[in-house]
Design a protein around this ligand. Structure first.
Ligand SMILES: Nc1ncnc2c1ncn2[C@@H]1O[C@H](COP(=O)(O)OP(=O)(O)OP(=O)(O)O)[C@@H](O)[C@H]1O
Ligand SMILES: [Mg+2]
Length: 260
């Protein structure tokens, strides 16, 4: 059975100026050990979808299961099995990196010694082992992003949701994160759903991508299948396919009106 299933998942926000249909009915599935890329233009509904799948936001329509738990009926079960790295991180600037990681481990009921060991292990895997005793506020943007990612991994979740995990990371850290995501899959069978605006990243990392536009799924498939279907060539870039899917690419030369 699929580790994630969403059916008609929707979220409408009511604001003073009216209603915003952020997500208008999304169907998606992900299998155990799959790396799923969630792509889409700014405002497409990616973050809203992830916030629903992690129980942080109640859907206004549709249903979903994550790791065998129904979002509406067993939100605690969903939370136990998932890790979430938000688009903007949420670490406390005033405590040390080690403290932040250990507290997170304790929140997930790890014994003290195990939480401490896990903090060291993750810092090592994500390349900030030299920074454990610094205050979170004293980390650079990219270092803090790596800490955000470690926070989502403390309890070894079966499903990991990463919202733009590599924005602001230097090329070495980005490669390190790709490596880590692949290792989570091979070592633990972790299912990873990640959003990114770097289409070379989605191409390299994702087994399958779902392109969301204006709150609905506009296309879905392996990067290779999408390239072939939307550009005619498997050797095209995923960016070309994305632009064709979302209709935001430059107009083909022969459709540009010529003044006579
Ligand atoms: N709390 C809210 N109240 C009203 N509108 C919201 C709220 N949260 C999100 N939206 C709107 O819902 C739409 C989808 O937002 P969302 O953050 O899911 O987009 P996104 O695909 O993650 O975009 P980005 O690539 O810029 O991160 C946007 O139009 C956004 O303005
Ligand atoms: Mg977003």
């Amino acid at each position: 059975m699929a580790v994630i299933t969403a059916s008609g998942l929707a979220r409408t926000f009511t604001t003073k100026r009216g209603t915003v249909e952020a997500v208008r009915g999304i169907d998606l599935t992900a299998e155990r050990g799959e790396i799923l890329g969630l792509l889409g233009p700014n405002g497409a509904g990616k973050t809203t979808t992830l916030r629903m799948l992690t129980t942080l936001l109640a859907p206004t329509g549709g249903s979903a299961t994550v790791a065998g738990c129904d979002l509406a009926r067993d939100p605690a079960g969903v939370r136990r099995s998932t890790g979430y790295v938000a688009q903007s991180g949420g670490v406390d600037p005033n405590v040390s990196v080690r403290e932040e990681l250990v507290t997170q481990g304790r929140l997930y009921r790890l014994p003290k010694a195990e939480a401490a060991a896990r903090a060291e292990e993750l810092a090592d895997a994500l390349g900030f082992d030299g920074l454990l005793d610094r205050k979170c506020a004293a980390m650079s943007g990219g270092q803090r992003r790596r800490l955000d990612i470690a926070m989502g991994l403390v309890h070894r979740p079966a499903v990991l949701f990463l919202d733009e995990p590599t924005t602001g990371l230097d090329p070495g850290s980005r490669a390190g994160l790709w490596e880590l995501v692949r290792r989570l899959r091979t070592d633990f069978g972790t299912t990873v759903v990640l959003t990114t605006h770097y289409l070379d990243e989605a191409d390299a990392l994702a087994d399958r991508v779902v392109v969301v536009d204006q709150g609905v799924v506009a296309a879905e498939g392996t990067p290779r299948a999408l390239k072939t279907e939307y550009t005619g060539s498997p050797d095209a870039s995923l960016q070309d396919a994305f632009l064709a899917i979302t209709g935001r690419g430059p107009a083909p030369a022969d459709t540009i009106p010529v003044a006579v």
